[in-house]
Every structure is written in C-alpha cells, then in structure tokens.
Design a binder for this molecule. Structure first.
Ligand code: DAH
Length: 339
C-alpha cells in the first residue's frame, strides 16, 4: 500500500455524504469495522520498509481520524439511527403553528384609542412608576388630603415618594408641563392599586386618560366627545347618563354610566339590577391643576376623563371574572380575534 492510495482514501472520506443512518453505518464498517480498511492498513504497515514506516504510519492515522470525525459530524447533523431522516414521511400533513392572538384588553383598548384618534386626540404614554408629585400633589391631592384614601397605593418601601401609579391622570400633568395648549391627548396604560383580588376587582387594571385644553373649552364639549365615543364603542342604541361626583383635579366632576349592554337596561346581575354600568370619571380641569403646570387658567380651560378598560371588555365579551384577564390561560386567550 503506497501513500498515493492512502491519499485517495482520505479524499474519499472527505467527499463522503450520507442521506440515511444505514449509509453512515456502511461507511463506518468499511473503514473502522473488524475487517475494515484501517485494520488492513495497520496490518500492511507491519510489513512495510523501515524507511517508509514513519510516513505511512502518520498517513494511516490521518485516515482513522478523518473517518471518525466524518462519522461524528454526520451523526451530529441528525443522520443517525432512528433519526428524523429515517422516519421522515414527506407526505404527512405538517404540524400547524399556533398563531398568537391579541389580548382581549389590548383589543378593547386599541378600539377605544382609535375612536379618539379619529377625532384628533394623540396618544401619550407615561411611566408606570411615578412620583408623589405627578400621581397626587400636582393633581390637587396634597398630603393629608382624604382623597388620597380613594386609591390604595403601592409605595416603594425605601422611598415613599415613589409609587406605582394608581391612575393614568399623572400623564396629564407630564404633558401639560411640557406642552403649550391646545392639548388633545389620550393616555392608555396599566395602573395599580392595593385592592383585594376578587371576581370584580384586581390590583392591576387599565385606564385611558383623556385631556383637552384650549381656549373656551366647555362642559358641552366634554359631553359631546363622550357621547360620540359611547355610540361608536358600544352602539347607537346605548344610552348614557351623567351623575355628579367628586375628583380633586376636576370641578365640576361627574361619572358617566352607560345602559347595561347585557340586559339592555332591563336589569341583571352584571348591572346589579340598576340597568346602568359606570365606565368613567370626568370633569372640567380644576384651575389649580392648570396653574401647577404653568398654564394660565384665566386664558385656558379644559376637560379630562378617566375611562376604565376592564369593565367595557367584560361587558363586550360577557366575561364575569376580571381575574381571567391576568391568568394568561391560553384556552381563554385564544378565544379573542382582533377585528
Ligand atoms: N383618575 C380617576 C380615577 O382613577 C379617574 C378620573 C376622574 C380621571 C375624573 C379624570 C377625571 O381625568 O377628570 O379614579
């Protein structure tokens, strides 16, 4: 056996390709098997001239190494016994990929935002971790004000000046501080309150804040904007009503109810037999809040509202337990299609 022949074997090993585990095994037996090429080569080496022994020995070792490496590489590539390649039946139907769907809260939130965007509101998102100033003080809720108890707050233990925002209203302040009127924004986002979790309440939920500041903005503008929103969102036949309320950052303040989408106002367990469901708080921005943001309250006025997302989502999809939104159970989530 000469070195040329061995070079030929090396070439053969290098170019070898296999498409099944059986072919790899055949290759292994041919080179490394008991009666294989290498056995034969080592036997011949014993007989070789002393002068060429060293060179031949090195070449034969190369053959052994490259054959072993080739087999390992083919096995790594998945061509080994029982591998996919051997059982692959290309005529079988494919495995369907599960397509993700939008979360029901996102679907409803997007729909709500779209209605306001179409009438000229811009989206402005703010941080979920807020300071006392933005979440309370600038909104006319000074320290020791009983209105702070309206919202059970998660404070940072080491620095009670920092908290998880309890509503989306702080974003009003951030925008008013940095923008000259006219301002027309909606601020969708997640808010946090230290509430006991039940079928009707959760410590995490979503709101959409609205703010409109310009010269001569009146309560009539607020009402018309919200009437328009309600008809677009819940249907033309949906009725609305305003009830006087109190919020420190608006004066006058109101809450708005819509006729229950489930019983159409006749009374059911969802609306606690009243026929009405509350969906938002609103009012004319208190001049003190405008002044906190250096906006001249003698020149400008405006309205604000804070719209919940979970309740309309529950009404729209007939969901009776708010916790379902946050459990991320795929059997629940895949029932919603974004239109
Ligand atoms: N921030 C209030 C809350 O979470 C909701 C609200 C009420 C927002 C009246 C407003 C408003 O902008 O004008 O309870």
């Amino acid at each position: 056996m000469g070195s040329e022949e061995i070079e030929g074997l090396l070439e053969e090993i290098k170019s070898f390709q296999a498409s099944s585990a059986a072919e790899v095994e055949e290759f292994r037996v041919r080179f490394l098997g008991k009666k294989g090429v290498l056995r034969e080569l080592f036997a011949q080496l014993k007989e070789a001239d002393a002068s060429s022994k060293k060179e031949l020995g090195q070449l034969i070792n190369q053959v052994k190494e490259s054959a072993e490496q080739k087999i390992a590489a083919l096995k790594n590539a998945g061509i080994e016994e029982g591998s996919l390649i051997d059982v692959l039946d290309l005529t079988l139907p494919g495995v369907a990929q599960n397509l993700g769907t939008r979360h029901p809260i996102s679907i409803i939130k997007n729909r709500m935002c779209e209605i306001f965007e179409k009438i000229g509101f811009n989206i402005s998102e703010g941080p979920e971790i807020e300071t006392d100033w933005y979440n309370f003080t600038a909104l006319n809720i000074p320290e020791d004000h009983p209105a702070r108890d309206m919202q059970d707050t998660f404070f940072l233990q080491t620095n009670p000046d920092i908290l998880l925002r309890t509503h989306t209203s702080p974003q009003q302040i951030r925008v008013m501080e940095s923008t000259k009127p006219p301002i027309r924004i909606i601020c969708p986002g997640r808010v946090y309150r230290n509430e006991t979790i039940s079928a009707r309440a959760h410590c995490i939920f979503h709101q959409i804040e609205g703010l409109y500041i310009d010269e001569n903005v009146s309560f009539a503008d607020l009402k018309q904007t919200l009437f328009h929103f309600t008809k677009e969102m819940f249907g033309k036949e949906t009725k609305t009503r305003f009830r006087p309320s109190y919020f420190p950052f608006t004066e006058p303040s109101a809450e708005m109810d819509i006729s229950c989408l489930i019983c159409k106002g006749k009374g059911c367990s969802v609306c606690k037999n009243s026929g009405w469901v509350e969906i938002l708080g609103c009012g004319m921005v208190d001049p003190a809040v405008l002044e906190n943001c250096n906006i001249d309250s003698t020149k400008y006025s405006g309205f604000a509202f804070g719209l919940g997302v979970e309740r309309p989502a529950m009404l729209t999809y007939r969901i009776n337990d708010i916790r379902l939104f946050f459990e991320n159970d795929i059997r629940f989530l895949k029932q919603f299609q974004s239109a």
